[in-house]
Design a protein around this ligand. Structure first.
Ligand SMILES: NC(=O)C1=CN([C@@H]2O[C@H](COP(=O)(O)OP(=O)(O)OC[C@H]3O[C@@H](n4cnc5c(N)ncnc54)[C@H](OP(=O)(O)O)[C@@H]3O)[C@@H](O)[C@H]2O)C=CC1
Ligand SMILES: O=C1CO[C@H](CO)[C@@H](O)[C@@H]1O
Length: 280
């Protein structure tokens, strides 16, 4: 892979704009899959306590022979572990499972509204960052109101908001509110879990550049300035999804893909989700 673009999160923390997602990568397969990703050139891995595969991610990091500071590592706090009582112990479990001294980015996985817990959790995150146990702290699935509420009491602005963004669901208001608050936007389910790959502007651009529809969509995210974390457990796709730095979408191709938003989520709405569903 040619040299990869990065986004600056703070004076001393940069994140590779392309990362590798690990949701639904089976625990037993995780080491093999993440080793393949590192071999293919990804230098940013996204996991979560709730994916039950942090140990495999850590094992892959060690097996890769890469230095710890060559790979950017994100994990997330489960909903059931929010609040002052549980957040720190949950972080220690993640750190131990990953087998690292420090995590590069630690995210609140969902806002869990109505319990005042996110503010308490954020205080613990700020302490962890102050201690050097995490290099950057951020949020996920935060809508503009969640962000505004957190910012009212936060000392540290979240470095990123990891949200669902793909051609058929782009959340422009949440992207704008995040950026205006100085929060970088990170796209999850970036290819719509495969569902957005047959849309005509995507397949037409793929044909024009001689690349796959997934490469087109990943490229669209990069050119729009988002951090993007496609997942695959398939060896050829792991490689091709990272091969996105040798072509450029033109303005017409970019705006045709941006015009595909139908505002239909694949994942739960953070405003109305049954949060007990995501407690572990
Ligand atoms: N913060 C949050 O709440 C959430 C965070 N995430 C994060 O975002 C990451 C990415 O999102 P995810 O939900 O995995 O969905 P993605 O949009 O990355 O899509 C993954 C799916 O697309 C398939 N796929 C991958 N590459 C190709 C390709 N080139 N052609 C055709 N199909 C392909 C994969 O199949 P196969 O593996 O069989 O190749 C898999 O089924 C997650 O893994 C996780 O790390 C995701 C959801 C929620
Ligand atoms: O990262 C995630 C993957 O999807 C799950 C729901 O299906 C969520 O728990 C979580 O947000």
């Amino acid at each position: 892979m040619t040299s990869q673009p990065t986004i600056t999160l703070s004076p001393d923390v940069t994140i590779p704009q392309l990362g590798f997602g690990t949701f639904q990568v089976d625990e037993k397969e995780t080491q093999r899959v993440v080793e393949a990703a590192l071999e293919a050139g990804y230098r940013h891995i996204d996991t979560a306590a709730g994916y039950y595969n942090e140990a495999g991610v850590g094992a892959a990091l060690r097996a890769s022979g890469l230095a710890r500071d060559e790979v950017f590592l994100t994990t997330k706090l489960r909903n059931g572990d929010q609040g002052r009582e549980r957040a720190r112990a949950a972080f220690e479990n993640s750190r131990e499972a990953l087998g690292v001294d420090a995590v590069d980015l630690y995210l609140i996985h969902w806002p869990v509204p109505g319990k005042g817990l996110a503010g308490q959790t954020w205080e613990v995150f700020e302490e962890l960052q102050g201690e050097g146990a995490v290099r950057a702290i951020g949020v996920s699935n935060f809508l503009p109101d969640h962000l505004a509420e957190l910012l009212r009491s936060a000392s540290v602005t979240p470095a990123v908001n990891q949200i669902e963004v793909h051609p058929s669901f782009q959340q422009p208001q949440t992207q704008r509110a995040s950026r205006e608050a100085g929060v970088a936007v990170e796209a999850y389910a970036p290819i719509g879990q495969g569902a957005d790959l047959e849309l005509a502007p995507v397949t037409e651009a793929a044909q024009a550049h001689g690349v796959s529809p997934a490469q087109v969509v990943i490229r669209w995210h990069l050119q729009e300035g988002r951090i993007v974390i496609p997942k695959s457990a398939t060896p050829e796709r792991i490689v091709s999804n990272a091969d996105v730095f040798g072509f450029e979408l033109d303005e017409a191709q970019m705006s045709a893909i941006s015009g595909l938003d139908t505002d239909e989520r694949m994942f739960p709405d953070p405003q109305t989700a049954e949060f007990t569903q995501f407690r572990s």
